[in-house]
Ligand binder design. Structure first.
Ligand code: FRU
Length: 523
């Protein structure tokens, strides 16, 4: 993300939006116009079961923490425009990871700067001392981005700060002695992800520091000690490292540590992507098991994803469903961007190498209202499943297994002739998504292209879970070893679907389910 040009644009837009808001204020006081943030969630391209803000700009998920039955999702938010600008933390809550209630803005920019990405933890033992009257605080750690210092050409304009909440995330107070971790002179010094480490009895901070990750430790979230660096010579380096996460996961009876690192640009299909490393972490140093560069998702639209904190053994991941290559110009009018479906992460060995798998969280079944099944079907030529999918209004999950893997494609289309093609190319051993004919694409030259992903599984069998919303497709193959997420802007709902295979492919356990919209749900 390049902030300087956006800052200039912002100054112009800010003036325009002040005039606009004055007009709205005058007219609405006469009782004729609704507030700009009201929505029926029915605009063209509005996702029906993925979180998107009511209005205006959103990017990274931030501060994701679970507490007393509520999942909190904060997010990079600019409430004055549909393009990136001075960052706030927006806030939404959910009881089930599916239905979201947008809340008041949690953090506003202040004299130390804009509020960039970060994390939140439940400080149960009140190590920070920010709790009060026996009430443990939620503590958020975020990057203060000082655009004035940036314009002066200084290097130290990103610093880490704290805010805390004593009412379960409803209201937040910035810590009086911010920043708590000062910039040592590194231009990209941001996106703190904090986690309690039992082994060393301290908080561990994983911070993106330009082309590497720096780990810090602290007894109280306020005083930080540098422990080590990782990554200068590992992974992809076609862009800046951002939005890391570090967490333990079971692997073959042991504990392995997963380090997520988003990179922009330099992703495998251009622009933004999230790579990961699996290895050991002893509370000080991260050592990867191998040097292969791996990606959480090979599609173009899953960026800055991290996991919820305070969820016990579950690792629930959420990403921003866009790409800095075109995020500011996608053809939506009132708001910009949505999040992925929340995903459950696990580790799996393939030929002695540990890989991350992602699958939609089981809570997705809560918004599935109807399922049709077919025990088996032979695809020789084309199998048309459109009838049901049309009845599901193009919002659905499709699943199937196959004992063999050969060339196939899944074609999502509409009666305008627009089509999105997903498939497997046996000769190249690659999965792909081709959105070159899938609707609007002229807003960015690199948007309407084909994305590819080398197949990771070595299994002769395969399985597919496909999740289709109004403006996105999320494709989980081989139990989530290969994932591809792409956004798409068809001019009419892609409510037809056929599976094609010239070679002949026998499908088993085919099911297609209607996914209900989340916005009008009565909760
Ligand atoms: C990633 C990112 C973060 C930064 C935020 C600013 O998308 O560039 O590194 O904190 O967005 O909005």
């Amino acid at each position: 993300m390049v902030s300087s040009t956006l800052t200039t644009n912002h100054a112009i837009m800010k003036k325009q939006s002040i005039l606009f808001y004055l007009a709205v204020l005058i007219i609405s006081s006469c009782g004729t116009v609704k507030q700009n943030t009201q929505t029926e969630y029915s605009e063209t391209h509005r996702p029906q079961f993925h979180f998107s803000p009511k209005a205006n700009w959103m990017n990274d998920p931030n501060g994701m923490v679970y507490l007393n039955g509520t999942y909190h999702l904060f997010f990079q938010y600019y409430p004055d425009s549909t393009v990136w600008g001075p960052m706030h933390w927006g806030h939404a809550t959910s009881k089930d990871l599916m239905h979201w209630d947008e809340q008041a803005i949690a953090l506003y920019p202040d004299s130390l700067g804009w509020i960039f990405s970060g994390s939140a933890v439940y400080d149960e033992k009140n190590t920070s001392g920010l709790g009060k009257d026996g009430k443990a605080p939620l503590v958020a750690m975020f990057t203060h981005h000082d655009s004035k210092l940036e314009k002066q050409g200084r290097k130290d304009y990103q610093n880490q700060s704290l805010a805390y909440s004593l009412d379960e995330g409803k209201t937040w107070t910035k810590y009086a002695e911010n920043p708590v971790l000062k910039n040592p002179g590194i231009i990209d010094f941001r996106d703190p992800k904090v986690r309690w480490n039992e082994q060393v009895g301290k908080w561990i901070l994983t911070l993106a520091t330009k082309d590497r990750i720096t780990f810090y430790s602290s007894p109280d979230l306020k005083n930080w000690n540098k422990e080590s660096e990782f990554g200068e010579t590992f992974g992809a380096h076609g862009g800046v490292w951002e939005c890391p996460d570090l967490f333990p996961m079971p692997l073959d009876g042991k504990t392995a540590w997963v380090l997520l690192v988003s990179i922009n640009p330099g992703g495998p299909n251009k622009g933004s992507a999230t790579q990961y490393f699996v290895g050991d972490f002893d509370g000080k140093t991260f050592k990867p098991y191998n040097t292969e560069t791996k990606y959480v998702d090979w599609g173009a639209d899953n960026y800055a994803g991290v996991t919820w904190s305070n969820t016990g053994d579950r690792r629930i991941f959420l990403g921003w469903m866009s790409n800095w290559q075109y995020a500011n110009v996608v053809p939506t009018e009132k708001w910009r961007s949505a999040m992925t479906i929340p995903r459950e992460l696990s580790l799996k060995m393939v030929d002695n190498v540990a890989y991350l798998t992602s699958e939609p969280v089981k809570e997705l079944t809560k918004i599935i209202s109807e399922t049709a099944t077919m025990p088996t079907a032979l695809v020789k030529g084309s199998l048309d499943l459109s009838e049901k999918i049309q009845a599901f209004n193009g919002q659905y999950q499709l699943k199937f297994d196959s004992d063999q893997l050969t060339n196939y494609s899944i074609v999502l289309s509409n009666d305008l002739g627009e089509e999105l093609v997903l498939g497997y190319d046996k000769q190249a051993n690659q999965y792909y998504i081709d959105r070159s004919k899938a609707g609007k694409r002229d807003f960015e030259i690199g948007f309407g292209v084909k994305h590819i992903a080398p197949r990771i599984s070595k299994d002769a069998k395969t399985n597919v879970t496909l999740i289709v919303d109004v403006a996105s497709v999320e494709w989980f193959a081989d139990n989530g070893l290969n994932v591809m997420t792409d956004i798409v802007f068809p001019n009419k709902t892609l409510d037809k679907i056929s599976i094609k295979s010239a070679d002949g492919l026998t499908l088993k356990n085919i099911s297609y389910s209607k996914i209900d919209g989340i916005w009008k749900y009565d909760r």
